[in-house]
Ligand binder design. Structure first.
Ligand code: PEP
Ligand code: MG
Length: 597
Protein backbone atom coordinates (compact mmCIF):
# COMPACT_ATOMS: atom_id res chain seq x y z
CA UNK A 1 0.00 0.00 0.00
CA UNK A 2 1.31 3.47 -0.89
CA UNK A 3 -0.05 6.59 0.70
CA UNK A 4 0.26 10.10 -0.80
CA UNK A 5 -0.77 13.42 0.69
CA UNK A 6 -2.01 16.23 -1.50
CA UNK A 7 -4.38 19.15 -1.22
CA UNK A 8 -8.06 18.41 -0.66
CA UNK A 9 -9.89 19.78 -3.69
CA UNK A 10 -13.31 18.16 -4.04
CA UNK A 11 -14.97 16.15 -1.25
CA UNK A 12 -16.08 12.54 -1.33
CA UNK A 13 -14.48 9.11 -1.56
CA UNK A 14 -13.69 7.24 -4.78
CA UNK A 15 -12.55 3.64 -5.01
CA UNK A 16 -11.57 2.03 -8.32
CA UNK A 17 -8.91 1.34 -10.94
CA UNK A 18 -6.44 4.00 -12.06
CA UNK A 19 -6.52 5.49 -15.54
CA UNK A 20 -3.36 7.42 -16.41
CA UNK A 21 -4.36 10.43 -18.47
CA UNK A 22 -2.06 12.46 -20.64
CA UNK A 23 -3.83 14.56 -23.27
CA UNK A 24 -0.68 14.44 -25.36
CA UNK A 25 -0.81 10.67 -25.44
CA UNK A 26 -2.68 8.47 -27.81
CA UNK A 27 -5.60 6.55 -26.49
CA UNK A 28 -3.95 3.19 -26.06
CA UNK A 29 -6.26 0.30 -25.72
CA UNK A 30 -5.07 -2.33 -23.25
CA UNK A 31 -6.19 -5.87 -24.16
CA UNK A 32 -5.25 -9.44 -23.47
CA UNK A 33 -5.02 -11.37 -26.69
CA UNK A 34 -5.87 -14.99 -27.24
CA UNK A 35 -2.74 -17.17 -27.71
CA UNK A 36 -3.80 -17.99 -31.25
CA UNK A 37 -3.88 -14.22 -32.11
CA UNK A 38 -0.36 -13.54 -30.84
CA UNK A 39 1.31 -14.02 -34.24
CA UNK A 40 -1.21 -11.57 -35.77
CA UNK A 41 -0.36 -8.96 -33.10
CA UNK A 42 3.36 -9.42 -33.83
CA UNK A 43 2.75 -8.84 -37.52
CA UNK A 44 0.66 -5.74 -36.81
CA UNK A 45 3.59 -4.37 -34.85
CA UNK A 46 6.16 -5.24 -37.53
CA UNK A 47 3.92 -3.80 -40.28
CA UNK A 48 3.42 -0.55 -38.40
CA UNK A 49 7.16 -0.20 -37.77
CA UNK A 50 7.93 -1.01 -41.40
CA UNK A 51 5.39 1.57 -42.59
CA UNK A 52 6.90 4.26 -40.35
CA UNK A 53 10.40 3.28 -41.52
CA UNK A 54 9.22 3.74 -45.11
CA UNK A 55 7.82 7.18 -44.25
CA UNK A 56 11.11 8.16 -42.60
CA UNK A 57 13.10 6.96 -45.60
CA UNK A 58 10.93 9.03 -47.95
CA UNK A 59 11.18 12.08 -45.71
CA UNK A 60 14.93 11.54 -45.45
CA UNK A 61 15.28 11.62 -49.23
CA UNK A 62 13.15 14.75 -49.50
CA UNK A 63 15.06 16.57 -46.74
CA UNK A 64 18.37 15.65 -48.34
CA UNK A 65 17.18 17.15 -51.64
CA UNK A 66 15.87 20.33 -50.10
CA UNK A 67 18.16 20.98 -47.12
CA UNK A 68 21.17 18.77 -47.68
CA UNK A 69 22.72 15.64 -46.25
CA UNK A 70 23.54 17.08 -42.85
CA UNK A 71 19.90 17.77 -42.03
CA UNK A 72 18.80 14.40 -43.38
CA UNK A 73 21.02 12.52 -40.93
CA UNK A 74 18.50 12.80 -38.11
CA UNK A 75 16.27 10.40 -40.03
CA UNK A 76 19.09 7.87 -40.16
CA UNK A 77 19.07 7.98 -36.38
CA UNK A 78 15.27 7.52 -36.37
CA UNK A 79 15.58 4.51 -38.67
CA UNK A 80 18.22 2.98 -36.41
CA UNK A 81 15.98 3.40 -33.36
CA UNK A 82 13.13 1.69 -35.18
CA UNK A 83 15.34 -1.31 -35.82
CA UNK A 84 16.96 -1.33 -32.38
CA UNK A 85 16.68 -4.51 -30.37
CA UNK A 86 16.12 -2.40 -27.20
CA UNK A 87 12.82 -1.39 -28.70
CA UNK A 88 11.74 -4.51 -30.49
CA UNK A 89 12.75 -7.28 -28.10
CA UNK A 90 10.87 -6.13 -24.99
CA UNK A 91 7.82 -5.24 -27.10
CA UNK A 92 7.70 -8.66 -28.73
CA UNK A 93 8.26 -10.24 -25.31
CA UNK A 94 5.25 -8.35 -23.92
CA UNK A 95 3.09 -9.54 -26.77
CA UNK A 96 4.22 -13.15 -26.43
CA UNK A 97 4.75 -13.61 -22.69
CA UNK A 98 2.09 -11.25 -21.32
CA UNK A 99 -0.39 -11.79 -24.18
CA UNK A 100 -0.79 -8.02 -24.68
CA UNK A 101 -2.00 -6.23 -27.77
CA UNK A 102 0.67 -4.64 -29.97
CA UNK A 103 -0.05 -0.97 -29.21
CA UNK A 104 -0.09 -1.47 -25.46
CA UNK A 105 3.15 -3.50 -25.56
CA UNK A 106 4.84 -0.86 -27.74
CA UNK A 107 3.56 2.05 -25.61
CA UNK A 108 4.82 0.37 -22.42
CA UNK A 109 8.29 -0.17 -23.87
CA UNK A 110 8.45 3.46 -24.89
CA UNK A 111 7.43 4.65 -21.44
CA UNK A 112 10.42 2.78 -19.99
CA UNK A 113 12.76 4.14 -22.63
CA UNK A 114 11.53 7.68 -22.06
CA UNK A 115 12.12 7.42 -18.33
CA UNK A 116 15.68 6.26 -18.98
CA UNK A 117 16.26 9.26 -21.23
CA UNK A 118 14.74 11.67 -18.70
CA UNK A 119 17.23 10.47 -16.09
CA UNK A 120 20.26 11.23 -18.31
CA UNK A 121 22.40 14.13 -17.05
CA UNK A 122 23.73 15.19 -20.43
CA UNK A 123 21.38 17.85 -21.88
CA UNK A 124 21.99 16.89 -25.49
CA UNK A 125 21.34 13.20 -24.93
CA UNK A 126 18.35 13.92 -22.71
CA UNK A 127 16.78 16.01 -25.43
CA UNK A 128 17.03 13.02 -27.78
CA UNK A 129 14.15 11.72 -25.64
CA UNK A 130 11.98 14.21 -27.53
CA UNK A 131 12.92 12.51 -30.78
CA UNK A 132 11.79 9.26 -29.24
CA UNK A 133 8.40 10.81 -28.56
CA UNK A 134 8.00 11.67 -32.23
CA UNK A 135 8.85 8.12 -33.26
CA UNK A 136 6.50 6.63 -30.69
CA UNK A 137 3.62 8.78 -31.88
CA UNK A 138 4.16 7.82 -35.49
CA UNK A 139 4.07 4.11 -34.76
CA UNK A 140 1.10 4.42 -32.41
CA UNK A 141 -0.69 6.48 -35.03
CA UNK A 142 -0.38 3.55 -37.43
CA UNK A 143 -1.52 1.09 -34.79
CA UNK A 144 -4.34 3.16 -33.28
CA UNK A 145 -5.69 5.11 -36.26
CA UNK A 146 -4.66 8.47 -34.82
CA UNK A 147 -7.07 8.47 -31.94
CA UNK A 148 -5.96 11.00 -29.36
CA UNK A 149 -6.63 10.32 -25.68
CA UNK A 150 -9.52 12.21 -24.14
CA UNK A 151 -11.65 11.97 -21.02
CA UNK A 152 -14.62 11.39 -23.31
CA UNK A 153 -13.29 7.99 -24.23
CA UNK A 154 -12.49 6.25 -20.98
CA UNK A 155 -12.80 2.51 -21.51
CA UNK A 156 -14.35 1.94 -18.07
CA UNK A 157 -15.08 3.68 -14.75
CA UNK A 158 -11.79 4.89 -13.34
CA UNK A 159 -9.85 7.20 -11.08
CA UNK A 160 -8.12 9.57 -13.48
CA UNK A 161 -4.52 10.40 -12.59
CA UNK A 162 -3.02 13.27 -14.58
CA UNK A 163 -0.21 15.74 -14.34
CA UNK A 164 -2.68 18.61 -14.66
CA UNK A 165 -6.18 19.08 -15.99
CA UNK A 166 -7.53 21.92 -18.04
CA UNK A 167 -11.18 23.02 -18.10
CA UNK A 168 -11.11 21.88 -21.69
CA UNK A 169 -10.34 18.28 -20.62
CA UNK A 170 -13.16 18.42 -18.12
CA UNK A 171 -15.67 19.85 -20.58
CA UNK A 172 -15.22 16.75 -22.76
CA UNK A 173 -15.34 14.26 -19.93
CA UNK A 174 -17.92 11.50 -19.40
CA UNK A 175 -18.73 12.27 -15.75
CA UNK A 176 -20.32 8.87 -15.14
CA UNK A 177 -17.00 7.15 -15.90
CA UNK A 178 -14.76 9.40 -13.81
CA UNK A 179 -14.88 8.15 -10.23
CA UNK A 180 -12.23 10.49 -8.89
CA UNK A 181 -9.42 12.80 -9.95
CA UNK A 182 -5.78 13.07 -8.91
CA UNK A 183 -3.41 15.67 -10.31
CA UNK A 184 0.27 16.21 -9.66
CA UNK A 185 -0.01 19.99 -9.93
CA UNK A 186 -2.76 22.61 -9.79
CA UNK A 187 -4.62 24.39 -7.03
CA UNK A 188 -8.05 23.75 -5.53
CA UNK A 189 -9.60 26.84 -7.14
CA UNK A 190 -8.40 26.06 -10.67
CA UNK A 191 -11.35 25.96 -13.05
CA UNK A 192 -11.02 22.25 -13.78
CA UNK A 193 -11.33 21.49 -10.07
CA UNK A 194 -14.28 23.87 -9.64
CA UNK A 195 -15.98 21.82 -12.33
CA UNK A 196 -15.11 18.58 -10.52
CA UNK A 197 -16.84 19.95 -7.43
CA UNK A 198 -19.85 20.90 -9.57
CA UNK A 199 -20.02 17.33 -10.82
CA UNK A 200 -19.40 15.94 -7.30
CA UNK A 201 -16.27 14.07 -8.35
CA UNK A 202 -13.85 13.59 -5.42
CA UNK A 203 -10.46 15.15 -6.21
CA UNK A 204 -7.04 15.70 -4.66
CA UNK A 205 -4.46 17.98 -6.27
CA UNK A 206 -0.73 18.49 -5.80
CA UNK A 207 -0.05 14.78 -5.34
CA UNK A 208 3.66 14.63 -6.08
CA UNK A 209 4.83 11.58 -8.14
CA UNK A 210 1.29 10.25 -8.59
CA UNK A 211 1.87 9.70 -12.30
CA UNK A 212 5.17 7.91 -11.98
CA UNK A 213 4.04 5.69 -9.11
CA UNK A 214 0.63 4.66 -10.43
CA UNK A 215 0.07 2.26 -13.28
CA UNK A 216 -2.93 1.70 -15.50
CA UNK A 217 -5.46 -0.45 -13.70
CA UNK A 218 -3.93 -0.18 -10.20
CA UNK A 219 -6.54 -0.28 -7.45
CA UNK A 220 -6.72 3.10 -5.71
CA UNK A 221 -8.66 5.33 -3.33
CA UNK A 222 -9.20 9.08 -3.58
CA UNK A 223 -9.95 10.53 -0.16
CA UNK A 224 -11.37 13.92 -1.11
CA UNK A 225 -12.29 14.56 2.54
CA UNK A 226 -8.70 14.75 3.74
CA UNK A 227 -6.67 15.11 0.54
CA UNK A 228 -5.17 11.62 0.40
CA UNK A 229 -4.44 9.24 -2.45
CA UNK A 230 -3.89 5.57 -1.68
CA UNK A 231 -2.49 3.04 -4.14
CA UNK A 232 -2.93 -0.71 -3.66
CA UNK A 233 -5.00 -0.33 -0.46
CA UNK A 234 -4.90 -3.31 1.89
CA UNK A 235 -8.10 -5.08 2.85
CA UNK A 236 -8.58 -3.17 6.08
CA UNK A 237 -8.14 0.22 4.40
CA UNK A 238 -10.55 -0.71 1.64
CA UNK A 239 -13.16 -1.78 4.16
CA UNK A 240 -12.69 1.47 6.10
CA UNK A 241 -13.19 3.60 3.00
CA UNK A 242 -16.19 1.60 1.82
CA UNK A 243 -17.83 2.27 5.19
CA UNK A 244 -16.91 5.95 5.07
CA UNK A 245 -18.23 6.30 1.54
CA UNK A 246 -21.56 4.75 2.57
CA UNK A 247 -21.79 7.05 5.56
CA UNK A 248 -21.11 10.12 3.41
CA UNK A 249 -23.79 9.14 0.94
CA UNK A 250 -26.31 8.66 3.75
CA UNK A 251 -25.40 11.99 5.25
CA UNK A 252 -25.81 13.75 1.92
CA UNK A 253 -29.23 12.19 1.44
CA UNK A 254 -30.19 13.42 4.93
CA UNK A 255 -29.03 16.96 4.21
CA UNK A 256 -30.95 17.15 0.96
CA UNK A 257 -34.11 16.74 3.03
CA UNK A 258 -33.59 20.33 4.19
CA UNK A 259 -33.87 21.70 0.67
CA UNK A 260 -37.17 23.49 1.24
CA UNK A 261 -36.18 25.11 4.54
CA UNK A 262 -35.05 28.74 4.40
CA UNK A 263 -31.41 29.70 4.97
CA UNK A 264 -32.32 31.64 8.09
CA UNK A 265 -30.40 32.28 11.30
CA UNK A 266 -31.94 31.47 14.70
CA UNK A 267 -32.91 35.18 15.05
CA UNK A 268 -34.69 35.25 11.69
CA UNK A 269 -32.18 36.83 9.28
CA UNK A 270 -32.18 35.30 5.82
CA UNK A 271 -29.64 35.05 3.09
CA UNK A 272 -30.36 33.71 -0.40
CA UNK A 273 -28.41 30.56 -1.27
CA UNK A 274 -27.86 30.10 -4.98
CA UNK A 275 -25.95 27.73 -7.23
CA UNK A 276 -22.96 28.11 -9.54
CA UNK A 277 -23.33 26.02 -12.68
CA UNK A 278 -20.94 25.27 -15.48
CA UNK A 279 -22.84 22.70 -17.50
CA UNK A 280 -26.60 22.91 -18.19
CA UNK A 281 -27.13 19.52 -16.48
CA UNK A 282 -26.00 20.92 -13.17
CA UNK A 283 -29.25 22.88 -12.97
CA UNK A 284 -30.93 19.62 -11.96
CA UNK A 285 -28.68 19.14 -8.97
CA UNK A 286 -28.99 22.85 -8.13
CA UNK A 287 -32.76 22.37 -7.87
CA UNK A 288 -32.40 19.10 -5.98
CA UNK A 289 -30.22 20.78 -3.36
CA UNK A 290 -32.73 23.63 -2.97
CA UNK A 291 -30.90 26.50 -4.71
CA UNK A 292 -32.81 29.77 -4.86
CA UNK A 293 -31.74 30.36 -8.43
CA UNK A 294 -28.42 30.32 -10.26
CA UNK A 295 -26.10 33.05 -9.03
CA UNK A 296 -23.41 32.28 -11.58
CA UNK A 297 -23.68 30.49 -14.89
CA UNK A 298 -20.18 30.11 -16.33
CA UNK A 299 -21.10 30.17 -20.03
CA UNK A 300 -17.59 29.51 -21.31
CA UNK A 301 -18.15 25.77 -20.93
CA UNK A 302 -20.60 25.96 -23.83
CA UNK A 303 -17.63 27.05 -25.89
CA UNK A 304 -15.13 24.63 -24.40
CA UNK A 305 -17.36 21.60 -24.79
CA UNK A 306 -17.58 21.78 -28.54
CA UNK A 307 -15.28 22.23 -31.46
CA UNK A 308 -17.01 25.18 -33.07
CA UNK A 309 -18.26 28.47 -31.65
CA UNK A 310 -21.87 28.06 -30.57
CA UNK A 311 -24.09 30.19 -32.79
CA UNK A 312 -26.83 32.50 -31.57
CA UNK A 313 -29.61 29.93 -31.96
CA UNK A 314 -27.87 27.25 -29.90
CA UNK A 315 -27.06 29.77 -27.19
CA UNK A 316 -30.66 31.02 -27.11
CA UNK A 317 -31.80 27.41 -26.74
CA UNK A 318 -29.33 26.66 -23.92
CA UNK A 319 -30.03 29.85 -21.94
CA UNK A 320 -33.81 29.73 -22.45
CA UNK A 321 -34.08 26.13 -21.34
CA UNK A 322 -32.18 26.89 -18.20
CA UNK A 323 -34.10 30.11 -17.50
CA UNK A 324 -37.44 28.37 -17.95
CA UNK A 325 -36.37 25.48 -15.78
CA UNK A 326 -35.57 27.66 -12.79
CA UNK A 327 -38.09 30.52 -13.22
CA UNK A 328 -39.32 32.39 -11.27
CA UNK A 329 -35.93 32.10 -9.56
CA UNK A 330 -33.18 34.12 -11.22
CA UNK A 331 -30.53 32.92 -13.67
CA UNK A 332 -27.43 35.13 -13.64
CA UNK A 333 -25.66 34.59 -16.95
CA UNK A 334 -22.04 35.65 -16.93
CA UNK A 335 -20.68 36.68 -20.31
CA UNK A 336 -17.75 34.67 -21.62
CA UNK A 337 -14.82 34.36 -19.25
CA UNK A 338 -12.39 32.65 -21.61
CA UNK A 339 -8.64 33.14 -21.30
CA UNK A 340 -6.46 32.46 -18.25
CA UNK A 341 -6.65 28.67 -17.89
CA UNK A 342 -9.76 28.42 -20.05
CA UNK A 343 -8.56 28.55 -23.61
CA UNK A 344 -10.80 27.56 -26.42
CA UNK A 345 -8.84 26.24 -29.38
CA UNK A 346 -11.58 27.55 -31.66
CA UNK A 347 -10.67 31.16 -30.85
CA UNK A 348 -7.18 30.91 -32.23
CA UNK A 349 -5.66 33.30 -29.70
CA UNK A 350 -1.92 33.86 -29.25
CA UNK A 351 -0.11 32.12 -26.39
CA UNK A 352 0.59 34.65 -23.61
CA UNK A 353 3.35 34.92 -20.99
CA UNK A 354 0.88 35.66 -18.19
CA UNK A 355 -2.53 34.57 -19.40
CA UNK A 356 -4.29 35.44 -16.13
CA UNK A 357 -3.06 39.02 -16.56
CA UNK A 358 -3.66 39.03 -20.27
CA UNK A 359 -6.40 38.99 -22.84
CA UNK A 360 -8.91 37.28 -20.61
CA UNK A 361 -12.62 37.54 -20.02
CA UNK A 362 -14.26 40.92 -20.75
CA UNK A 363 -11.03 42.08 -22.43
CA UNK A 364 -11.19 39.16 -24.84
CA UNK A 365 -14.87 39.64 -25.63
CA UNK A 366 -14.38 43.36 -26.23
CA UNK A 367 -11.67 42.40 -28.77
CA UNK A 368 -14.00 39.88 -30.41
CA UNK A 369 -17.00 42.19 -30.62
CA UNK A 370 -19.05 39.94 -32.89
CA UNK A 371 -18.73 37.05 -30.52
CA UNK A 372 -19.74 39.30 -27.62
CA UNK A 373 -22.75 40.71 -29.43
CA UNK A 374 -23.94 37.25 -30.44
CA UNK A 375 -23.83 36.16 -26.83
CA UNK A 376 -25.60 39.30 -25.57
CA UNK A 377 -28.33 38.85 -28.17
CA UNK A 378 -28.84 35.27 -27.00
CA UNK A 379 -28.94 36.29 -23.33
CA UNK A 380 -31.47 39.05 -23.99
CA UNK A 381 -33.64 36.74 -26.08
CA UNK A 382 -33.65 34.23 -23.20
CA UNK A 383 -34.69 37.05 -20.85
CA UNK A 384 -38.12 36.94 -22.53
CA UNK A 385 -38.83 33.52 -21.02
CA UNK A 386 -37.32 33.67 -17.53
CA UNK A 387 -35.81 35.77 -14.78
CA UNK A 388 -32.49 36.42 -16.52
CA UNK A 389 -29.75 38.77 -15.36
CA UNK A 390 -26.56 39.54 -17.25
CA UNK A 391 -23.17 39.90 -15.59
CA UNK A 392 -19.78 41.10 -16.87
CA UNK A 393 -16.66 39.40 -15.48
CA UNK A 394 -13.22 40.88 -14.68
CA UNK A 395 -14.30 44.51 -14.87
CA UNK A 396 -11.58 46.78 -13.51
CA UNK A 397 -13.07 50.25 -13.72
CA UNK A 398 -15.89 52.51 -14.85
CA UNK A 399 -14.50 53.23 -18.34
CA UNK A 400 -14.33 49.55 -19.21
CA UNK A 401 -17.77 48.92 -17.74
CA UNK A 402 -19.29 51.73 -19.78
CA UNK A 403 -17.82 50.32 -22.98
CA UNK A 404 -19.38 46.96 -22.25
CA UNK A 405 -22.69 48.66 -21.41
CA UNK A 406 -22.55 50.46 -24.76
CA UNK A 407 -22.29 47.15 -26.59
CA UNK A 408 -25.25 45.90 -24.59
CA UNK A 409 -27.20 49.05 -25.50
CA UNK A 410 -26.42 48.49 -29.21
CA UNK A 411 -27.72 44.93 -28.94
CA UNK A 412 -30.91 46.10 -27.22
CA UNK A 413 -31.49 48.60 -30.01
CA UNK A 414 -30.94 45.94 -32.67
CA UNK A 415 -33.43 43.60 -31.05
CA UNK A 416 -35.99 46.39 -30.62
CA UNK A 417 -35.64 47.32 -34.30
CA UNK A 418 -36.10 43.69 -35.26
CA UNK A 419 -39.18 43.43 -33.04
CA UNK A 420 -37.64 40.59 -31.01
CA UNK A 421 -39.11 40.32 -27.49
CA UNK A 422 -36.79 40.61 -24.49
CA UNK A 423 -36.95 41.89 -20.93
CA UNK A 424 -35.99 45.54 -21.34
CA UNK A 425 -35.42 45.80 -17.58
CA UNK A 426 -33.07 42.82 -17.57
CA UNK A 427 -30.74 43.65 -14.64
CA UNK A 428 -27.03 44.13 -15.31
CA UNK A 429 -24.29 43.37 -12.80
CA UNK A 430 -20.53 43.22 -12.57
CA UNK A 431 -18.22 40.77 -10.95
CA UNK A 432 -15.85 42.32 -8.48
CA UNK A 433 -12.76 40.18 -8.82
CA UNK A 434 -9.96 42.62 -9.56
CA UNK A 435 -8.64 44.69 -6.63
CA UNK A 436 -8.99 47.83 -8.78
CA UNK A 437 -12.74 47.19 -9.07
CA UNK A 438 -13.01 46.72 -5.31
CA UNK A 439 -11.24 50.02 -4.76
CA UNK A 440 -13.63 51.89 -7.07
CA UNK A 441 -16.70 49.88 -6.05
CA UNK A 442 -18.46 53.09 -4.98
CA UNK A 443 -18.15 54.37 -8.58
CA UNK A 444 -19.17 51.08 -10.18
CA UNK A 445 -22.17 50.72 -7.87
CA UNK A 446 -23.78 53.79 -9.47
CA UNK A 447 -23.76 52.17 -12.91
CA UNK A 448 -25.19 48.66 -12.35
CA UNK A 449 -28.00 46.76 -10.63
CA UNK A 450 -25.93 44.29 -8.61
CA UNK A 451 -22.45 43.13 -7.64
CA UNK A 452 -21.12 39.63 -7.42
CA UNK A 453 -17.76 39.18 -5.71
CA UNK A 454 -15.54 36.59 -7.38
CA UNK A 455 -13.28 35.74 -4.47
CA UNK A 456 -11.26 33.17 -6.42
CA UNK A 457 -9.82 35.84 -8.64
CA UNK A 458 -9.98 38.58 -6.04
CA UNK A 459 -7.70 36.53 -3.77
CA UNK A 460 -5.38 35.58 -6.64
CA UNK A 461 -4.95 39.16 -7.81
CA UNK A 462 -4.81 40.77 -4.35
CA UNK A 463 -2.21 38.38 -2.96
CA UNK A 464 -0.34 37.78 -6.25
CA UNK A 465 -0.91 34.05 -5.92
CA UNK A 466 -1.71 32.03 -9.05
CA UNK A 467 -4.90 30.15 -8.17
CA UNK A 468 -3.82 27.13 -10.23
CA UNK A 469 -0.27 26.77 -8.90
CA UNK A 470 0.14 24.17 -6.18
CA UNK A 471 3.57 25.53 -5.21
CA UNK A 472 1.94 28.65 -3.79
CA UNK A 473 -1.44 27.17 -2.88
CA UNK A 474 -0.63 27.60 0.83
CA UNK A 475 -0.55 31.38 0.22
CA UNK A 476 -4.01 31.43 -1.34
CA UNK A 477 -5.64 32.79 1.77
CA UNK A 478 -9.32 33.82 1.94
CA UNK A 479 -8.82 35.12 5.48
CA UNK A 480 -5.98 37.50 4.65
CA UNK A 481 -6.94 40.90 6.17
CA UNK A 482 -6.38 42.59 2.78
CA UNK A 483 -8.95 40.30 1.14
CA UNK A 484 -11.46 40.77 3.97
CA UNK A 485 -11.08 44.54 3.88
CA UNK A 486 -11.66 44.65 0.13
CA UNK A 487 -14.76 42.51 0.47
CA UNK A 488 -16.12 44.71 3.24
CA UNK A 489 -15.47 47.77 1.17
CA UNK A 490 -17.41 46.31 -1.76
CA UNK A 491 -20.38 45.34 0.43
CA UNK A 492 -20.57 48.82 1.94
CA UNK A 493 -20.27 50.52 -1.46
CA UNK A 494 -23.08 48.38 -2.87
CA UNK A 495 -25.37 48.98 0.08
CA UNK A 496 -24.74 52.72 -0.04
CA UNK A 497 -26.30 52.60 -3.53
CA UNK A 498 -28.99 50.12 -2.43
CA UNK A 499 -27.81 47.36 -4.72
CA UNK A 500 -27.44 43.73 -3.56
CA UNK A 501 -24.12 41.86 -3.28
CA UNK A 502 -23.56 38.18 -3.89
CA UNK A 503 -20.35 36.24 -3.29
CA UNK A 504 -19.93 33.56 -5.95
CA UNK A 505 -16.30 32.51 -5.39
CA UNK A 506 -15.42 29.32 -3.52
CA UNK A 507 -15.42 31.23 -0.23
CA UNK A 508 -19.22 31.24 -0.35
CA UNK A 509 -19.49 27.44 -0.34
CA UNK A 510 -17.43 26.81 2.77
CA UNK A 511 -19.56 27.00 5.94
CA UNK A 512 -16.92 28.94 7.91
CA UNK A 513 -16.10 31.57 5.31
CA UNK A 514 -19.70 31.63 4.04
CA UNK A 515 -21.00 32.46 7.52
CA UNK A 516 -18.35 35.11 8.00
CA UNK A 517 -19.42 36.70 4.70
CA UNK A 518 -23.02 36.70 5.90
CA UNK A 519 -21.92 38.47 9.08
CA UNK A 520 -20.11 41.02 6.93
CA UNK A 521 -23.41 41.80 5.21
CA UNK A 522 -23.58 39.95 1.88
CA UNK A 523 -27.08 39.34 0.60
CA UNK A 524 -26.56 36.12 -1.34
CA UNK A 525 -24.10 33.26 -1.42
CA UNK A 526 -23.70 31.33 -4.65
CA UNK A 527 -21.82 28.02 -4.65
CA UNK A 528 -21.36 24.62 -6.17
CA UNK A 529 -24.74 22.87 -5.73
CA UNK A 530 -23.57 20.06 -3.44
CA UNK A 531 -22.24 22.61 -0.92
CA UNK A 532 -25.68 24.18 -0.41
CA UNK A 533 -27.12 21.84 2.27
CA UNK A 534 -24.06 22.07 4.50
CA UNK A 535 -23.95 25.88 4.35
CA UNK A 536 -27.68 26.04 5.04
CA UNK A 537 -27.31 23.74 8.04
CA UNK A 538 -24.58 26.00 9.44
CA UNK A 539 -26.66 29.17 8.92
CA UNK A 540 -29.69 27.68 10.65
CA UNK A 541 -27.61 26.88 13.73
CA UNK A 542 -26.32 30.40 14.54
CA UNK A 543 -27.71 33.83 15.28
CA UNK A 544 -27.04 36.80 13.05
CA UNK A 545 -25.87 38.71 16.12
CA UNK A 546 -23.16 36.13 16.59
CA UNK A 547 -22.10 36.42 12.95
CA UNK A 548 -22.00 40.20 13.06
CA UNK A 549 -19.80 40.27 16.12
CA UNK A 550 -17.55 37.63 14.58
CA UNK A 551 -17.21 39.78 11.44
CA UNK A 552 -16.50 42.87 13.52
CA UNK A 553 -13.77 41.11 15.49
CA UNK A 554 -12.18 39.52 12.46
CA UNK A 555 -12.05 42.78 10.51
CA UNK A 556 -10.04 44.29 13.33
CA UNK A 557 -7.49 41.47 13.43
CA UNK A 558 -4.09 41.53 11.73
CA UNK A 559 -2.82 37.97 11.71
CA UNK A 560 -4.31 35.19 9.59
CA UNK A 561 -3.66 32.46 12.16
CA UNK A 562 -5.52 34.48 14.80
CA UNK A 563 -8.41 35.12 12.41
CA UNK A 564 -8.66 31.39 11.69
CA UNK A 565 -8.54 30.58 15.38
CA UNK A 566 -11.32 33.07 16.12
CA UNK A 567 -13.52 31.64 13.37
CA UNK A 568 -12.84 28.03 14.36
CA UNK A 569 -13.65 28.88 17.95
CA UNK A 570 -16.91 30.59 16.93
CA UNK A 571 -18.12 27.46 15.16
CA UNK A 572 -16.46 24.76 17.24
CA UNK A 573 -19.66 23.67 19.00
CA UNK A 574 -21.43 23.44 15.69
CA UNK A 575 -18.56 21.47 14.11
CA UNK A 576 -18.43 19.11 17.08
CA UNK A 577 -22.15 18.50 16.71
CA UNK A 578 -21.62 17.82 13.00
CA UNK A 579 -18.79 15.41 13.69
CA UNK A 580 -20.85 13.63 16.30
CA UNK A 581 -23.41 13.04 13.58
CA UNK A 582 -20.71 11.43 11.47
CA UNK A 583 -19.79 14.58 9.53
CA UNK A 584 -16.32 15.76 8.70
CA UNK A 585 -15.96 19.38 9.75
CA UNK A 586 -15.51 21.54 6.71
CA UNK A 587 -12.62 23.89 7.01
CA UNK A 588 -10.91 25.89 4.32
CA UNK A 589 -8.66 23.30 2.79
CA UNK A 590 -6.14 25.25 0.81
CA UNK A 591 -3.51 25.69 3.48
CA UNK A 592 -0.47 23.58 2.72
CA UNK A 593 0.18 22.69 6.34
CA UNK A 594 -3.46 21.93 6.94
CA UNK A 595 -3.47 19.64 3.92
CA UNK A 596 -0.41 17.82 5.16
CA UNK A 597 -1.28 17.75 8.84
C1 PEP B 1 -14.21 33.97 -9.06
O1 PEP B 1 -13.21 34.43 -9.62
O2 PEP B 1 -14.35 33.90 -7.82
C2 PEP B 1 -15.31 33.44 -9.88
C3 PEP B 1 -16.43 33.06 -9.33
O3 PEP B 1 -15.07 33.31 -11.22
P1 PEP B 1 -14.21 32.08 -11.81
O4 PEP B 1 -13.91 31.14 -10.71
O5 PEP B 1 -15.03 31.47 -12.88
O6 PEP B 1 -13.00 32.79 -12.34
MG1 MG C 1 -13.29 34.83 -11.75
Amino acid sequence: MKHFKGIQASPGIAIGPVYLYDPEEFLVDQRRVHPRDIPAEESRLRDAIAAVAEDFAATRAHVEDVLGKEHAQIFDAHLLILQDAALLDPTIARIRDEARNAEYAFWTTFRHLRRQFEAIQDDYLRERGTDLLGIEKRVLAKLCNWEKAGLDRLPHEAIVVARDLMPDDMAHMQPDRVLGLITEVGGPTSHAIILARGLEIPAVVSVVHALSEARMGDMAIVDGQRGHFILHPDRETLAHYRRLSKKLRARKAGLVDSRDLPAETTDGVRVALQANVELPNEVHSAMAYGAEGVGLYRTEYLYLAQNTLPDEASQVAAYSQMAERIAPQPLVIRTLDLGGDKMSHVLNTQPEMNPFLGLRSIRLTMEHRDLFKTQLRAILKASAVGNVKVMFPLISGVGELREALLVLAEVREELTREGVPFDDRCPVGVMIEVPAAALVADQLAREVNFFSIGTNDLIQYTLAVDRGNDLVAYLFEPFHPAVLRLIKRVIDAAHAQQIPVTVCGEMAGNPHSGLLLMGMGVDKLSMTPSALPEVKRAIRAVSFDQLQSLAEDVLNMHVIAEIRARITHAFSEEDDAGEARGQESVRPSTHKNAAQA
